[in-house]
Design a protein around this ligand. Structure first.
Ligand code: ATR
Length: 273
């Protein structure tokens, strides 16, 4: 039976086993998918030990090991190179390991599922940490008119923009949003502010009621950022639960060649929040 796991710290909260077992049921595959708690010191040995088992076909890696595993794999996908991080390890037939990142595809697929247009859109991405870096390539591949990364620490936004130099991709300081005149079609919050119930300080003027607002975080109720947008009259607000399931679906596809139907899984998870 094929074996998978997710490494992280903390890891007890991870929904990945639940998600992947639902995918396997859809696919008619019998798999085991566990959670593995690791420390910075034992992560690499724990990873190597996992793959000693011939049944171990792949694993997911979450915070804080995504960068460490990118240095361990034999090969990186183009997206993982740009992200500097890996969330999916695939054991290839020759026994070597490919590191990929599925967060960007998970986000983009969720946006498309929600009928949010990316091609030709003016997009504001809040935050310039690992979460932002992981989705840049996938967003830019769909040719937005503009992708503006705005971050509290300006230098990080500028560094991000340098990763994929092109005219429609810029990095600015959050404060510079005051100078933006044209509204955005889509605003994506990738900051970790939602996790601590904080609102990134952006002027209300950039949030037009016709925009789509997407928060990569999710909870049992709308995040503070989504609540704020709703108060400003925005109708299209979405949290990141669909992205979570979308990135898992992409990992499952990379391992098994089967594309799961994400909708029943999103609905099931939503009912358990
Ligand atoms: P992650 O992997 O979740 O992206 P990270 O790499 O630590 O985590 O990045 C967190 C991001 O959220 C950063 O862009 C951070 O801004 P700074 O670079 O200025 O630190 C942003 N962030 C966190 N809390 C924030 C807040 N209260 N307001 C605005 N931005 C915030």
């Amino acid at each position: 039976m094929s074996r998978y796991t997710v490494f992280g710290n903390p890891i007890a909260q991870s929904k990945s086993p639940l998600i992947h077992h639902m995918f396997a049921q859809q696919a008619g595959l019998e798999i085991t998918y566990e959670r593995t708690l690791a420390t910075e010191q034992d992560f690499i040995s724990s990873l190597s030990t996992f793959f000693v088992d011939a049944d171990a076909q792949g694993c997911n890696v979450t915070s804080p090991f995504k960068e460490q595993v990118a240095r361990w794999v034999n090969e990186l996908s183009a997206g993982a190179k740009i992200a500097g991080a890996v969330n999916t390890v695939i054991k290839k037939e020759d026994g070597t390991f490919l590191g990929d990142t599925t967060d960007g595809k998970g986000l983009v697929q969720d946006l498309l599922r929600l009928n949010v247009q990316i091609k030709g859109a003016r997009i504001l991405l809040l935050g310039a940490g690992g979460a932002a870096r992981g989705v840049l390539q996938s967003i830019l591949a769909l040719e937005p008119k503009l992708l503006m990364v705005a971050n509290r620490t300006q230098a990080k936004a500028k560094q991000l923009a340098l990763l994929l130099p092109q005219d429609n991709f810029v990095g600015i300081d959050l404060n510079q949003l005051n100078e933006v005149q044209q509204p955005f079609d889509l605003i994506i919050n990738s900051t970790s502010a939602s996790l601590s119930g904080e609102l990134p300080s952006i002027p209300d003027s950039v949030i037009s009621s016709g925009a789509c607002i997407y928060d990569m975080s999710y909870a049992d109720k709308p995040t503070v950022f989504l609540q704020h947008a709703q108060k400003l009259g925005v109708l299209n607000t979405f949290d990141g639960l669909g992205m979570l399931v979308g990135q898992a679906a992409e990992s499952f596809y990379l391992w098994t060649g089967y594309r799961p139907d994400v909708l029943p899984v999103i609905q099931k998870l939503r009912s358990t929040l």
